[in-house]
Design a protein around this ligand. Structure first.
Ligand code: ZN
Length: 142
């Protein structure tokens, strides 16, 4: 098994598109972490040429929906005793609540602030979501 330098028990967020590591870092609020976190920019990658990575020396809960929505090509490696024990491949979540907002000004979620934004995945390939209230299409930018 692959030995991961610098992480004893934790996670490595891998295959982040080069230049996007800082966005993932902020998305996960890692600036406020009180454990060891490393952001690696422009690491070599066979798959991507260059990639960003985040190493977290802590077992933390990740919002996989949020990460999957940000970039479904990201891979999560779970590290135990400095070895990769499992890999999680992200995908676009089937349903998302309160992460993306409906842009239709006539949608009930735009009019009534207490109603949660909720979207359903239409198509994994085209990254399109549909508002469950008004059918407005939301496309995730890649
Ligand atoms: Zn809507």
């Amino acid at each position: 098994m692959l030995v991961v330098e610098g992480v004893k028990n934790g996670i490595v967020i891998d295959h982040i598109k080069a230049g996007k590591g800082i966005e993932v870092f902020n998305l996960l609020n890692l600036g406020e972490a009180d454990f060891h976190v490393a952001l690696i920019i422009n690491a070599q990658s066979k798959r991507l040429g260059k990639k960003d990575m985040i190493k977290v020396d802590n077992v933390m809960d990740l919002n996989l929906d949020l990460l999957g929505l940000f970039d479904p090509n990201i891979t999560i490696n779970v590290i135990e005793n400095e070895k990769v024990t499992s890999k999680i491949n992200l995908k676009l979540p089937q349903r998302v609540k309160n992460i993306i907002k409906c842009k239709n000004p006539r949608c009930i979620t735009s009019i009534e602030p207490y109603i949660e934004n909720e979207f359903e995945l239409l198509d994994q390939e085209s990254c399109e979501y549909r508002c469950v209230y008004c059918d407005e299409i939301y496309k995730i930018e890649k």
